[in-house]
Design a protein around this ligand. Structure first.
Ligand SMILES: [Zn+2]
Ligand SMILES: [Zn+2]
Length: 140
């Protein structure tokens, strides 16, 4: 049985899904963002992706779903939140987004953790150097 012309049959790729979204539901640009209410700049995936692969234009890894109802209008910052992984409420590392907030689409908690790790690494290196210097001094 042919299902030619069926959108669900053709929307298997990232580009195909977004094409189908625009055809069936129009443009999401300017609609209120499903998360924060600011004007959206496109359709964003709000559910688990069914596919992960390279974007047809820029080749970066993107996630998409063949289920069109998994898409809502999203503003740029909310869309980038999801692009970096995690969920609306938790970042990929499990920081509560409400508590931490984000900066440039990145979780502030993750940025702080990264800085802490750098500082800790620096302290360990300095402590090691100090210890060596002491040992050298005591033997000398
Ligand atoms: Zn938003
Ligand atoms: Zn985080």
């Amino acid at each position: 049985m042919a299902i030619a012309g069926s959108d669900s049959a053709t929307a298997r790729t990232y580009a195909g899904v977004h094409r189908t979204l625009r055809r069936q539901r129009g443009s999401a640009v300017g609609q209120p963002c499903a998360n924060c209410g600011r004007p959206a700049d496109g359709w964003g995936l709000i559910a688990a992706p069914t596919h992960i692969g390279p974007h047809p234009d820029h080749g970066r890894k993107v996630r998409w779903s063949v289920h069109l109802d998994a898409y809502r209008p999203l503003c740029r910052s909310c869309n980038s939140l999801r692009d970096h992984g995690g969920s609306w409420t938790l970042c990929p590392a499990g920081h509560a987004r409400v508590a931490w907030g984000t900066s440039g689409g990145r979780c502030r908690g993750c940025r702080r953790d990264a800085r802490r790790r750098e500082r800790a690494a620096g302290r360990t290196a300095r402590a090691g150097a100090h210890e060596t210097a002491e040992r050298v001094a005591s033997t000398g």
